[in-house]
Design a binder for this molecule. Structure first.
Ligand code: SAM
Length: 314
């Protein structure tokens, strides 16, 4: 199958033909550089025949790169205009044939097949955050140039909902990349770092300049590689651990003893739980790793029902 990737001229022509006006609210900045697309695909270690989920295919720049590498793609796009345009673009640039398929949870689905009838691309028109089920085989990788305004929730939601995902390669705002990959003790370590660490090891792998996008964004971007790992061994529910993380960082400057006073019931209860968990009550959240938060949540939730701590809003 021969695939041609999109360059600046194709991106503009496509957008013009379909009357696409990129909107900031949906984080629509399209990649117009084939080199960047191939770099993302390479860093994701995409293998032929691998099922990959892409969130926000937009005009199809990365989708075509994934197809070129032999991946079978399931793409979730919120913008119905772009979701309708994508099958046409992929038909023209990769020689696939589109056909309508059964909707999934009311979301329209289009399937594209190659000459041998093999399904190579499935387009789902939906908000990625609303997708609970994906059509076809379970994807093993998430590869996406994520919409910047929802990049962290989309990433965490997909890692939580789709356990089959073993790795990820996402392009996000450079600052967000730093936060996702930050180790405890660093200036950028915070809620996204600790929650991502629950699911995966994250590593910032490259910086991407602004000029590879149309329209040109006013922030730099970076690539983050994620490799699934076992969550911390704990009897605490995941949502209770996340509630402790949220509480610990809600008032960044506070010592954990007071930051966790609300969720623990009192500063004394927080102090006792922290001590039992082997975490210094005078430390701040930015020094504690996800295993530490899990131990604290385990102590705090010992006498409560699972999910109880998560009811508490900082
Ligand atoms: N992948 C394309 C590329 O690299 O050129 C486009 C990336 S653009 C940064 C983000 C895409 O995500 C846009 O197509 C936008 O419409 C889509 N998007 C925004 N919010 C979304 C959501 N909640 N669910 C699914 N797609 C979304």
């Amino acid at each position: 199958m021969s695939v041609t990737l999109l360059g600046p001229a194709e991106i503009r022509a496509l957008a013009e033909r379909a009357g696409v006006r990129p909107t900031k609210t949906l984080g629509q900045n399209f990649v117009l550089d084939a080199g960047t697309v191939r770099k993302i695909v390479r860093q994701a270690d995409v293998e032929p025949g691998q099922r990959v989920v892409e969130v926000g295919p937009g005009l199809g720049s990365l989708t075509l790169g994934l197809l070129e590498a032999g991946a079978d793609v399931v793409a979730v796009e919120i913008d119905p205009v772009l979701a309708r345009l994508l099958p046409q673009t992929v038909a023209e640039h990769a020689g696939l044939t589109p056909s309508a398929a059964e909707p999934v949870d009311d979301a329209p689905v289009t399937v594209l097949r190659d000459d041998e009838g093999r399904e190579r691309l499935t387009v789902v028109t939906s908000d990625a955050l609303a997708v609970r089920r994906l059509p076809g085989a379970a994807p093993t990788a998430l590869v996406a140039n994520l919409p910047y305004n929802v990049s962290v929730p989309v990433l965490l939601t997909f890692l939580e909902r789709f356990e089959s995902l073993q790795r990820g390669l996402v392009m996000v705002q450079a600052e967000v990349a730093d936060r996702l990959a930050a180790p405890p003790g660093s200036r950028t370590y915070g809620v996204p770092s600790a929650k991502t660490a629950w699911y995966a090891a994250a590593r910032r792998t490259a910086t991407v300049g602004r000029s590879v996008f149309w329209p040109v964004p006013n922030v730099d971007s970076a690539l983050v590689r994620l490799d699934r790992r076992e969550p911390p061994r704990t009897t605490a529910a995941r949502e209770d651990v996340f509630a402790v993380v949220d509480a610990a960082f809600a008032q960044r400057r506070k010592m954990l003893r007071s930051a966790l006073a609300g969720i623990a019931g009192s500063a004394e209860a927080a102090q006792a739980a922290l001590q039992e968990a082997g975490v210094d009550p005078q430390a701040r959240g930015e020094t504690v790793d996800v295993e530490g938060f899990a131990r604290v949540a385990e102590r705090l939730s010992a006498s409560r029902a699972p999910g109880d701590l998560a009811q508490w809003g900082p």
